[in-house]
Design a protein around this ligand. Structure first.
Ligand code: SAM
Length: 341
């Protein structure tokens, strides 16, 4: 990918959030906490991490204000994440504040689902549009091994509660690890057909806190699609102009299959994502080694225009792409739960 604009030119003063490669950032993931009640082996150590002190985490008012600035800059979709967003005290209140300030915003959440049995209703009432629930195995013992929590039944009950509350279409995120749960991809496809859910298979990325990632554990998305297609033929969704990442079932059954091939087929040239960590650091790439601090200006009386300038500069400097497949790849110091996936 070639740079379209020289970096020295600096970001535009108006219009959408543009970077020097011509990409527009209009999808923001907002982490509301670094804490999590699961300990997924590919993400966090069994004993957890050193949680951030409360005063370092953005308040609901700060999150609402900064989201308002992003919306003014053309961001149309906000995904609340973490850590585990539902463990943040009074979380539906934040959703209500965001909805009230931004009636037309697409507002979703990524969750492990364990608290959805009681929170799905309040979250839907507060104005959440839909949920993505992480689920890496449909077998109780394996789910417990991968998440270090024997909670498959509660997660499935949470998904059901989300459906009843209208937090649809429901998406399921499944991290596939070769030699661990790759034998379940066809079962997940059968589940998608039965339930109408969109099951999205995520390639294992080098973002685990314990640095256990290795390339041999990455199950390539192409192989996942082949395995499913052999049993339940798939048809790509979309116009065929780009490699498809979403597939429907050829026989017209409900549900869909998605893949997120970040390692084997990086999609950096069309990446429109931005991430805000729980303590207010803006990351233009999941694998960024640098961050722009929005908390300091938020807390030191900066105007919205001043915060906008910090955001524009950070997005302008977005990398061409992550370097997982380059010999000089450097892992970010933060792991997935501290960034906000
Ligand atoms: N706790 C919430 C959840 O479970 O969805 C939100 C945060 S979690 C960090 C977001 C997503 O990142 C989950 O779907 C999780 O499976 C995924 N994830 C975490 N570590 C990962 C890794 N090393 N590679 C790929 N995906 C990962």
């Amino acid at each position: 990918m070639n740079r379209i604009f020289p970096l020295e030119q600096g970001p535009p003063a108006s219009g959408p959030l543009l970077d020097t490669y011509g990409r527009i950032g209009n999808d923001l993931r907002v982490s509301v906490t670094d804490r999590c009640n699961f300990r997924c082996t590919y993400c966090m150590p069994a004993e957890g991490l050193n949680w951030l002190p409360k005063d370092q985490i953005l308040t609901f008012e700060e999150i609402t204000r900064v989201v308002g600035v992003f919306v003014g800059l053309g961001v149309r979709s906000i995904k609340l994440t973490g850590g585990e967003p539902t463990v943040r005290h009074d979380f539906p209140k934040l959703v209500g504040m965001l909805r009230e300030a931004n009636p037309d915003l697409e507002l979703s959440m990524t969750t492990n689902g364990i608290l959805l049995d009681r929170l799905a209703g309040p979250l839907a009432e507060a104005g959440l549009d839909r949920v993505t629930v992480s689920c890496d195995s449909l077998m109780r013992h394996r789910f417990a091994e991968m998440t270090r929590r024997d909670a498959l039944d509660r997660v499935l009950a949470g998904i059901e509660a989300a459906k009843l509350a209208g937090l649809t279409p429901i998406k399921i995120n499944c991290v596939v690890i070769a030699g661990t749960n790759d034998d379940e991809v066809v079962d997940f496809a059968a589940w998608a057909r039965e339930t109408g859910f969109e099951v999205r298979f995520i390639e294992y990325m080098p973002l685990d806190a314990e640095h256990h990632w290795e390339r041999a554990k990455v199950m390539p998305s192409a192989q996942i699609l082949d395995a499913i297609d052999a049993v339940h033929p798939l048809v790509p969704e979309g116009d065929g102009a780009e490699p498809a990442t979403l597939y429907r079932f050829a026989d017209g059954e409900p549900g869909a299959i998605g893949v997120i091939p970040s390692v084997t087929e990086p999609f950096c040239d069309t990446c429109n994502r931005l991430r805000l960590t729980a303590e207010g650091q803006l990351r233009a790439c999941l694998f960024s080694l640098d961050e722009a601090d929005l908390r300091e200006p938020l807390r030191s009386g900066a105007t919205d225009d001043e915060i906008e300038a910090v955001i524009r500069k950070a997005v302008w400097g977005k990398w061409e792409g992550h370097k997982i497949n380059h010999p000089d790849f450097q892992r970010p110091s933060r792991s997935m739960s501290m960034i906000g996936g």
